[in-house]
Design a protein around this ligand. Structure first.
Ligand code: GLA
Length: 369
């Protein structure tokens, strides 16, 4: 596989840990989402961008204990021993195990597996570390056992693992961006048809990813968790008599406003953020980054007021980013913390980053892309 730069370190970690060279290595990136949040499990549009240099790398070697997976992770500085027959146990290795079960159950039952994992993607930063782990696990397992699968099918499989094995009812955006995306290039994806288009962004502008320092938690994420939003969207569909909220558009807003709280807000966010993606793609193509920034601001407000998935820290960082000269800023990812993405002219980015970290003690700059 190509990706030599990203996998040199995991190769070395594997050799150190297991005392021999891995059979395969692979790397998959995380993503930042630029517009369209929570639209992906509603059949809507999203605009993620795979990240350069932030991702998960893996090294695999066949083991000598049939069915046994020995997985070492630098992030957790520990080894987890699992069996291919295991069910979910609420541990990080569930993501790896679910993927191996999905594409290589019989092979692993025969050979056993040694695994080393490294990540440059902080967990809980809303940059889809779990999807990158799933995608890289599937890619590497396929390579190890000499099987082919298209990048789109890898994304579909990875999402199924997260839904069915890990138990997180996510959409397909993250896995798709990690598997199919081109780092540094925005991806306009129709999550209903899986049709996509890569859209370049302005070379004179940068997206700055600011980790808020508030970790988000999506599986069993408390009473306001991700699964609650998924259920509310289903209830809104029933109230509005549609199969998917993406069947509706801005001309349906009167009908949407008339259904009970909070379902009206939830549906309104989906319809509005879906439209933000369409308008955002048009703005990128017209090189109108000021307009793109306005859409990011509107998207943050919609997440805050209608979808109610922002937190005080991300609201304040987004607001402060604008007062420090950003053209737009919004919380990105699953919600309840994580990161804020801000759009700024490239020549102002350095000063901007300095001011943000000076102002917010817990925040850090994860990428300027
Ligand atoms: C998480 C999920 C995605 C998507 C986003 C919100 O990252 O994994 O499928 O729903 O939240 O846009």
């Amino acid at each position: 596989m190509a990706e030599e730069r990203e996998t040199a370190s995991v190769r070395a970690a594997f050799e150190k840990h297991f005392g021999l060279a891995p059979d395969v290595v692979a790397y998959s990136p995380g993503r930042v989402n630029l517009l369209g949040e929570h639209t992906d499990y509603n059949g809507g549009f999203v605009l993620p961008m795979a990240l350069r240099g932030l991702g998960v790398s893996i090294a695999l070697g066949k083991g000598d204990k049939p069915g046994v997976i020995e997985a070492y992770s630098d992030t957790f500085a520990e080894t987890e021993i699992r069996n291919i027959e295991d069910g979910r146990q609420g541990r990080w290795s569930d993501y790896l195990l679910g993927c191996l079960k999905a594409v290589a159950a019989e092979d692993v039952a025969r050979t056993g597996l040694c695994v080393a994992l490294e990540t440059t993607l902080p967990m809980g930063a809303g940059l889809s570390s779990s999807a990158a782990l799933e995608v890289v696990s599937i890619k590497a397992a396929l390579a190890l056992y000499g099987r082919q699968m298209s990048a789109v099918d890898v994304a579909v499989k990875a999402r199924a693992v997260e839904n069915e094995f890990v138990g997180m009812p996510c959409g397909i955006m993250d896995q798709f961006a990690s598997s199919v995306g081109d780092p540094g290039v925005a991806m306009f994806l129709n999550t209903n048809t899986l049709a996509y288009e890569l859209v370049t962004t302005s070379a004179e502008h940068a997206f700055v990813i600011i980790a808020s320092g508030v970790s988000h938690q999506l599986v069993d994420g408390g009473e306001d968790g991700y699964a609650t939003r998924v259920a509310e969207c289903k209830a809104a569909c029933a109230a509005l008599q549609v199969e998917m909220l993406s069947d509706l558009g801005p001309s349906d807003l009167d009908r949407i406003n008339a259904i009970p709280e909070p379902l009206n807000r939830r549906a309104r966010h989906i319809i509005n953020d879906n439209q933000h993606v369409l308008d955002g793609v048009a703005a990128l193509k017209a090189h109108d980054m000021a307009r793109f920034g306005e859409l990011m601001i509107a998207s943050h407000a919609s997440q805050r007021d209608d979808y109610q998935i922002t937190v005080a820290e991300t609201d304040l960082i987004a607001e402060t980013a604008l007062s420090f000269g950003a053209l737009g800023a919004r919380q990105t990812g699953g919600g309840w913390g994580g990161s804020v993405v801000a759009l700024i002219e490239k020549d102002k980015a350095e000063e901007f980053c300095k001011r943000i970290v000076a102002r917010f003690e817990k925040a850090s700059i994860l990428a300027v892309t």
